[in-house]
Design a protein around this ligand. Structure first.
Ligand SMILES: NC(=O)c1ccc[n+]([C@@H]2O[C@H](COP(=O)([O-])OP(=O)(O)OC[C@H]3O[C@@H](n4cnc5c(N)ncnc54)[C@H](OP(=O)(O)O)[C@@H]3O)[C@@H](O)[C@H]2O)c1
Length: 267
């Protein structure tokens, strides 16, 4: 039996593209029970109707510490905790920074993961084989111009779970997923894509593939899990020649002539 099988898993972002696929795979392939977290009650109820009695949910905002505390009081023991909730703000240069956007992005993508982990840790320690998966992004490995607050928050997320992995090695298994561009509603909320939709769609990996690979690698104890052709290419580039890789990304973005990318570079 591998690490994820027959587990009771708390999964944030269950109402989203990747989160739903993780829940489905956990239930149908790993025979888990999943407690999904999210704010969209109607979507969570729809998922419950689709996935059946092994899926339950709580409507909560992951940035609300009291909601995590209330959840912890409700639970006795859990085997797995997957932080998949995430927020991608509009593409923008790092300067000038919109402080409210930076705060909100850090709150969802980093602070909520830290707070939720701390609060649910005693519940995880009741399990004989506890595991955590933090969903970061390839943007944490290769920060792309225009993704400022998102890249920084995901880098903090990745570093936090990598630290946890080393400091708690042997006690709790921690994996960090770094998906490349994935075909989910994450980009639908962007108000200024300015014609980049086609490029995003072309690069995107289906969320099922991302979920399946993430769970397969995590169940084998893998630390950093990269998904998608773009993710693998960027990850390799950053290992072999980080400066050239980032310069190449800049060159491609400028050459694309997409207004979205032109706006983020100083002229
Ligand atoms: N799609 C990509 O290209 C890509 C690439 C790399 C990494 N990722 C990461 O993968 C994860 C899943 O994203 P996705 O692509 O599946 O996007 P998505 O479909 O937009 O899902 C985002 C999820 O996060 C939840 N969420 C956001 N803010 C929340 C809050 N304050 N409280 C509770 N839940 C919140 C949403 O739930 P409600 O709407 O119900 O609140 C939703 O379930 C994210 O962490 C994202 O950063 C995505």
């Amino acid at each position: 039996m591998n690490r994820c099988s027959h587990s009771y898993v708390v999964l944030s972002g269950a109402s989203g593209g990747i989160g739903f696929c993780l829940a489905k795979r956990l239930i149908e392939h790993y025979h888990c029970r999943v407690l999904g977290l999210g704010r969209n009650a109607a979507r969570l109820q729809q998922i419950k109707e689709q996935l059946g009695e092994d899926f339950d949910y709580r409507v909560m905002d992951v940035t609300d510490e009291t909601a995590w505390q209330a959840l912890s009081k409700e639970l006795v023991a859990i085997d797995g905790l997957i932080h998949c909730a995430g927020y991608l703000p509009d593409f923008a240069p790092v300067l000038p920074a919109d402080d409210a956007v930076w705060r909100q992005t850090m709150d969802v993508n980093f602070t909520a993961c830290k707070v939720g982990t701390e609060i649910l840790l005693p519940r995880l320690f009741k399990s004989e084989r506890p595991f955590i998966i933090g969903v970061s992004s390839i943007d944490a490995v290769a920060p792309l111009a225009g993704t400022g607050a998102y890249a920084v928050s995901k880098a903090a997320n990745k570093a936090y779970f990598q630290l946890l992995r080393e400091e708690w090695r042997g006690k709790i298994q921690v994996s960090i997923a770094c998906p490349g561009v994935t075909d989910t509603p994450l980009f639908d909320r962007q108000t200024n894509l300015k014609g980049a939709e086609k490029l995003i769609h072309l690069l995107a990996t289906p969320p099922q593939k991302v979920a399946n690979r993430t769970l397969r690698r995590a169940s084998r104890g893998k630390g950093l899990i990269v998904t998608g052709a773009d993710g693998h290419l960027l990850s390799l580039g950053m290992r072999l020649c980080p400066n050239i890789t980032l310069r190449l990304c800049r060159w491609v973005m400028l050459r694309s002539k997409l207004p979205l990318f032109q706006d983020v570079f100083w002229k």
